[in-house]
Design a protein. Structure first.
Length: 256
């Protein structure tokens, strides 16, 4: 299935999700076209972060959490018992709301995943670290500080370092859970700019509370409310001509 000729990279089919007895998602069906940025919007507690974490099975780490339905990555159901979750999370990387660099040097933060994946040649590691930092639009700022602690960087730099760390292992999809909510406007702008460049090589799915951000960075938007997908489509259409009044009320700030 494709959107006007664009292949679908990832899709949810009849996805229900439970934390113990509490149902958090109801029958979600949503396609993510390749090399596009899709924004997930909706009020707090509506299920968008839960849904995002279903896409690389991060929710597996929560006791009592379970998913029903399919999530297809390149047509294969990642909810299948036989899925190698470690390999899945390499292909579907994640950047969290608060930057979480390792308490190691900037260089080692990015090199870590490469070494875990069996890269041993120093020159190769070094090249890949630089490439990843460049893709996250931070290399020029910190190239003289690669061997200093990552914790000495500013919040916005730490977040771009976490993006570089996720990119180092060449994921096909990057999940971003409100990646700029803890950052100032200038740091936010840098992250948004790097997202535009990144989508040439991967598919990006971002949860955001910021309507302006969703409108600026995304190609497609999906509006969640009370665990249900209310409406989805091209971002411009969702923001200027939403089909449903509920979507319009949320986007114009009348509720949520």
């Amino acid at each position: 299935m494709s959107h006007s000729g664009i292949p679908v990279k990832l899709s949810a089919r009849g996805l229900n999700f439970f934390y113990g007895r509490h149902q958090a998602l109801f029958d979600v069906n949503l396609d993510f076209p390749e090399y596009r940025i899709t924004a997930l919007i909706g009020p707090s507690g509506c299920g968008k972060s839960t849904f995002l974490r279903c896409l690389n099975r991060m929710n597996d780490l929560i006791p009592g959490a379970r998913a029903q339905g399919e999530i297809l990555l390149n047509g294969e159901n990642i909810n299948d018992r036989r899925t190698d979750v470690v390999s899945l999370r390499r292909r579907v990387g994640m950047v969290f709301q608060k930057p979480n660099p390792f308490p190691k040097s900037v260089f080692e933060n990015v090199a870590y995943g490469l070494r875990v994946n069996g890269m041993t040649k120093k020159a190769e590691i070094s090249d890949k670290v630089e490439e990843s930092l460049r893709r996250a639009a931070i290399f020029e700022e910190i190239k003289d500080r690669l061997h200093k602690s990552a914790l000495s960087l500013s919040g916005g730099q730490q977040q771009r370092l976490c993006i570089a760390r996720a990119l180092a292992v060449d994921p096909q999809v990057l999940l971003m859970d409100e990646p700029a909510s803890a950052l100032d406007p200038i740091a936010t702008q840098k992250i948004e700019e790097s997202m535009h460049e990144l989508k040439a090589r991967l598919t990006i799915i971002i949860v955001t509370h910021n309507m302006q951000q969703a409108a600026r960075v995304s190609d497609g938007t999906a509006f969640f409310y009370m665990g249900k997908l209310v409406e989805s489509g091209e971002t411009e259409g969702i923001f200027t001509r939403p089909r449903l009044k509920q979507t319009e009320d949320y986007i114009t700030g009348r509720f949520g």
